[in-house]
Design a binder for this molecule. Structure first.
Ligand code: GUN
Ligand code: ZN
Length: 432
């Protein structure tokens, strides 16, 4: 058993933030040896139960749940910051040529190592990740995640048309590869598989149908794709699938909307699309830095809440510009204001933080497993140092309540704020 004494942030079931300025977090292995939260709360209330245990005292630090990134591309680590007029030229000029390099397993393994380091440096302890169309890229990332005991979900990208040589796959082989990877990796340690059609325009109807059949046959496997990100993309999808009611409905028509289906972006929706998300239990990965960088648009938070479908935050690296959950939360704050026709909807810092931890976990079907530090959760957490920079130190010292403290961290924070990331009691320092 490990006992920590520090400020402690976690979330109640209704999403409200719980904060103990002098908190206790006790962590110990379950019957399978997996590290879980045994107790969390005020030091005063709990310390007597742990009097026999050595205590790791972290004065001036904040323990908080590890962040959950709902949508990121590991092979786009080196695509960050590639400017383009919009999504489609960005894919054609930068992303597809770069992803073709992952045909080489050694290259994929090297990038996977860097990628996982970067997640951990930034405090991300669970990620739903695109690989490339090359099965070896999936093996490389799962291997690396398993080595660090990271909770990670990924899958081989399906793209059998409108894609250049080097990334385009073969319809039948792509489905055989997907099933073999599910059988090899899904449910092993903390790993999960996601059936991963890139987006409707780069898959034939046959490939989407096959993906939907696999999704029905393996109901606890995830599904991930992109939808309604960019106006040119939407026009193209509508031309290719004229029989479907909308771009989103294409996925439903092929059996790709259900619980554990996660669609990135979901910007240009009407209320029928929102209701389809809600009624199928499908969720959105809101990717604000990507949407701002590629000029895609603004996720409509009020529309999502009005109709009532689930969502959480995502970096979408490399369309997204940062691995840092703090940068993503700040961009979500900007987007929340803009998406409300500038009527001043302000997402609170607690809501933003929830969307990148417990809320994202809930959207992934992992509530009570990750993204929180309530008893029973897997013990993935970050140690934040609010004095990491002179301005953070000055600003956080003036915070009069939790909202002011969390806002200061969101607005001024980056990887420097994350002193340590702890997974299964293995400690990763953010700086070497
Ligand atoms: N749509 C299809 N592929 C991609 C991708 O790699 N990134 C983003 N942002 N959108 C996509
Ligand atoms: Zn993406």
């Amino acid at each position: 058993m490990h006992v920590y004494r520090s400020a402690l942030l976690r979330f109640a079931d209704d999403g409200s933030a719980l904060y103990d300025e002098d908190g206790l977090l006790a962590v110990g292995p379950d019957e399978q040896g997996r590290q879980r939260v045994v107790a969390a709360g005020a030091w005063q209330a709990l310390a007597h139960q742990y009097a026999d245990h050595p205590v790791t005292h972290l004065p001036g630090r904040i323990l908080a749940p590890g962040f959950v990134d709902m949508h990121i591309h590991f092979p786009q680590t080196d695509v960050i910051g590639s400017p383009a007029d919009g999504l489609l030229p960005w894919l054609e000029n930068y992303t597809f040529p770069h992803e073709s390099r992952f045909v080489d397993p050694a290259y994929g393994a090297q990038v996977a190592g860097f990628f996982v380091d970067e997640l951990l440096r930034n405090g991300v302890t669970t990620a739903l990740t695109f690989a490339t169309s090359h099965p070896a890229s999936v093996d490389a990332l799962f291997t690396e995640a398993q080595r660090r005991q990271l909770r990670l979900i990924t899958g081989k990208v399906l793209q059998d048309r409108h894609s250049p040589d080097g990334v385009r796959d073969d319809t039948e082989q792509s489905l055989l590869d997907t099933e073999a990877l599910i059988q090899r990796w899904h449910g092993v340690d903390r790993l999960g598989y996601a059936i991963t059609p890139r987006f409707a325009p780069t898959s034939t109807p046959e490939q989407l149908r096959g993906a939907g059949e696999l999704a029905a046959r393996y109901p606890d496997v995830w599904i991930q794709s992109h939808v309604a990100e960019n106006l040119d993309e939407i026009r193209w999808a509508r031309e290719l699938f004229p029989a479907s009611r909308s771009y989103l409905a294409v996925y439903d028509d092929f059996g790709l909307m259900r619980e554990r289906a996660v669609y990135a972006h979901c910007i240009h929706f009407d209320d029928d699309d929102r209701a389809l998300m809600r009624d199928t239990g499908t969720v959105a990965a809101v990717s604000p830095t990507s949407n701002l960088f590629l000029g895609s648009g603004f996720f409509d938070y009020a529309g999502a809440d009005r109709v009532g479908f689930g969502y959480g935050l995502a970096s979408d690296v490399g369309g997204g510009t940062s691995f840092s959950p703090f940068h993503t939360m700040l961009a979500a704050y900007y987007v929340g204001r803009e998406g409300q026709s500038k009527q001043g909807l302000s997402l609170s810092p607690r809501q933003l933080w929830w969307q990148h931890t417990a809320g994202a976990a809930q959207a992934l079907g992992l509530a009570g497993v990750v993204g929180n530090l309530q008893p029973g959760c897997e013990a993935d957490f970050v140690v934040l140092n609010p004095r990491a920079t002179p301005l953070l130190e000055r600003k956080t010292a003036q915070a009069r309540n939790l909202d002011e403290l969390l806002f200061a961290l969101i607005v001024l924070g980056d990887d420097r704020l994350v002193e340590q990331t702890v997974i299964s009691q293995a400690k990763y320092a953010s700086r070497a």
